[in-house]
Design a protein around this ligand. Structure first.
Ligand code: SF4
Length: 292
């Protein structure tokens, strides 16, 4: 059984920078992270072990017991940062620059007179941050939401996307919106980030070669779920796991070629553990593993 890793996989620079900031020894036990630093259970567990406190969101501000708080790579509205500073906290901001680019893009669209529309998941922390400083906006998560635009009566739209969505799906949605007779003008900036695009292109390429794909990442990681969707669209059997301990031997029987990919919040050591475990399984499923 041959085992191949996708050409681009695992943590992006935004996540790595945020982890580095959170692990800075000077913070010690005096840091609270607002929200999950990244959507990865292993990283959040090791932060807790280091004494870092976590609260789910700004609504839990009363539960913060440290002087220093950190905004995650997913970003936050300026309103949220101000609220924390006004409450006397020192704010450390690990917002990814590519998320902040989305904030700036949509604000500049509003300044130019476009009605802001975000393609993304309503309840995702990144989307909440993007719309958090806007007075009026729409979040579109799928085709069934497009009718909201008609109901709003807005005809001149500025559209951005959550950074971790699937490129084709976003472009398809924008085309559907452009085609509506009740929409006059669409100013679209595709703000899906490059690391997300790279991982989608790499998994698509690998899916051409393998007969099963193992996708590693947190179950709540948006971009990891998109990698699974890409495999499903390619009719490749894909298993989404968070750790090597979830691998099952019978997935690999009679498989000639296994692919491995991982979302932008999956650390290297988690990928290595999965890779090594699959190589071990490959030894017991018949032929010798070929590694690339
Ligand atoms: S997935 Fe993209 S936007 Fe999110 S932290 Fe990584 S590089 Fe930044």
């Amino acid at each position: 059984m041959k085992v191949s890793l996708a050409n681009a996989l695992g943590t992006c620079f935004g996540v790595e920078d945020a982890i580095t900031m959170a692990m800075t020894p000077e913070f010690g036990k005096n840091l609270t992270i607002v929200g999950q630093l990244v959507h990865n259970p292993q990283i959040n567990e090791s932060l807790k072990k280091n004494g870092v406190s976590l609260v789910n969101n700004i609504d839990a501000i009363d539960k913060i017991k440290t002087k220093k708080v950190m905004i995650t790579a997913h970003g936050a509205a300026q309103k949220t940062k101000d609220k924390l500073e006004d409450a006397g906290f020192t704010v450390y901001d690990a917002s990814c620059p590519l998320v902040m680019r989305v904030h700036k893009t949509i604000q500049s669209m509003v300044t130019k007179g476009y009605y802001p529309v975000v393609i993304g998941q309503h309840d995702h922390v990144e989307v909440k941050g993007i719309v958090g400083d806007l007075e009026d906006y729409l979040v579109i998560s799928g085709e069934s939401d497009i009718t909201k635009i008609q109901r709003s009566g807005k005809r001149k739209l500025g559209i951005v996307s959550q950074t971790t969505l699937q490129v084709e799906k976003v472009e398809h949605l924008v085309k559907k919106i452009r085609d509506k007779s009740y929409v006059d003008d669409v100013y679209f900036v595709n703000t899906i980030c490059q690391p997300t695009r790279d991982r989608q292109v790499a998994v698509r390429d690998l899916a051409e070669q393998v007969d099963i794909m193992i996708v590693i990442g947190g179950y709540n990681s948006s971009n990891t779920k998109k990698l699974v969707q890409v495999c499903e669209e390619k009719n490749i059997l894909a298993f989404h796991i968070e750790s090597y301990s979830q691998l099952k031997k019978d997935w690999f029987y009679n498989r000639a070629h296994v692919g491995i990919t991982a979302g932008t919040s999956t650390p290297e050591h988690v990928i290595n553990e999965v890779h090594e475990a699959i190589l071990e399984i490959a030894k017991t499923t018949g032929s010798e593993p070929a590694v690339h």
